[in-house]
Ligand binder design. Sequence first.
Ligand code: DX5
Ligand code: ZN
Length: 216
Amino acid sequence: MLKVAPSILSADFLNLQHDIEEVAKDKADLLHIDIMDGNFVPNISFGWTMLEQIRKVTDLFLDVHLMIAKSNEYLDQFIHAGADLIDVHIENTQDIDQVIKKIHAAKIKVGLVINPETKVETVLPYLDQIDQVLVMTVHPGFGGQQFIPECLTKIAYLNQLRKNKQFNYQIEVDGGINETTAKQCYEKGTDIVVAGSYVFKNDIKNAIEILHKVSE
Ligand code: DX5
Ligand code: ZN
């Protein structure tokens, strides 16, 4: 079944615990946490202290998407705050081999993220070492944007490659997910869809159920 990762960027920050408990009750498969620094992306969300608080109130798997300029320098903080998986952007990360090793040494998972304008081939050298490829289907920074359909070919490519070479990474998609775009992504081989506004701006239970049903 297609997995659903609600992005708390669109949740009610003043009632975050409530919203997290709600998505857990409504069978969200994991939680997606967007860290933005106003530098790598033109928006600021929150830092690792928020992640620490979230970790205290949920057992959900925490998928932490770093959209920050110097991700290499902040890995320890996010590891210690309780991330289960850390996604770093290929566009701004130095020494990717080292980053992968460091995250794995902490016994958590690692994902590489590609922006819409980034060629999928950039992740090729790392595919045998990583747990996830996160395909951005909007320009990172804000919830509620329109899905960019040109990114679908990247998903198909990654899915084919994983079959041919027996790689183990999962394919996650982030940005502009709704019932229609989730189906398109699933058909190309996506394992997990991140959904922010679609989940939190609608009836939460119903939205998660609809996204799960896409794979039926
Ligand atoms: C965008 C973030 C997304 C965002 C998705 O930069 O990485 O995770 O929350 O929001 P929606 O689902 O509304 O496009
Ligand atoms: Zn994200």
